[in-house]
Write a protein that binds this ligand. Structure first.
Ligand code: DC
Length: 213
């Protein structure tokens, strides 16, 4: 069984998908973490994203996998680094590259082969698994998404978090993710849209589970 959960940054996809996975006893795959890991590798190794040959050569040196939902880049736990500002600021540009998407989509399909998996991302229901058993598209207003990310930053102990900067960063990512030429963020025609703006996490989880037979 494949469950696809797509939507913009901060709509609650990863928190909700993880809980649904736990309740149903299936695997969770955070595809955003994979694009983040590629971005981290490129930043750490000064790869020029505008040079496709360089991107291609370096993609071959990247190995991504997960152990208990923890992302590993070339066997190193990168769960913290991939959430940092330099990655946030560059991940939309890296994930707009066709060659990066091709490699990630291929890997996502392999990782889900013959398993029951809930995947969250931007193109799961449209490209990675157009025949997924269930498709959801989570949305929420930009102000509420910024508030959620701001709260997460405060919980992480980031005292310099600024809600206006977070909102601008989300708007910028929304813009790049939904206007890129290669598979932009788009609701699949057959996806169930859930507006999470005024729902708590448990309500969204229950709503999704109510569709699963
Ligand atoms: O879900 P997230 O914020 O961790 O995703 C990080 C970035 O990766 C996001 O700006 C868009 C990109 N992404 C994508 O293009 N396709 C996916 N399936 C998942 C994420």
């Amino acid at each position: 069984m494949i469950i696809a959960v797509d939507g913009p940054a901060g709509a609650g996809k990863s928190t909700i998908s993880k809980l649904v996975a736990k309740k149903l006893g299936i695997q969770y795959l955070d595809t955003g973490a994979m694009y983040r890991a590629v971005t981290l590798y490129f930043l750490e190794n000064n790869v020029d994203f505008s040079n496709i040959d360089e991107v291609e050569k370096n993609l071959d040196k990247i190995h991504i996998d997960f152990l208990n939902n923890i992302p590993f880049l070339n066997n190193i736990d990168v769960s913290k680094q991939i959430r940092e500002k330099n990655v946030n600021d560059n991940v939309s540009a890296v994930s707009a590259l066709a060659i990066v998407r091709e490699k990630m989509v291929d890997l996502q399909r392999k990782m889900s082969n013959n398993k029951s998996v809930i995947l969250d991302g931007r193109d799961i229901g449209t490209v990675v698994f157009p025949n997924a058993n269930y498709k959801f598209f989570l949305v929420a207003s930009v102000d509420l998404r910024a508030q959620r990310r701001y709260k997460e930053e405060l919980e992480k102990g980031n005292k310099s978090a600024n809600i206006d900067d977070i909102k601008k960063s989300i708007e910028n990512r929304d813009y790049i993710d939904s206007t890129r030429t290669v598979t932009p963020l788009k609701k699949a025609d057959d996806a169930i849209q859930i507006d999470t703006s005024y729902m708590n996490i448990e309500e969204v989880v229950e709503s999704i589970i109510s569709y699963i037979k």
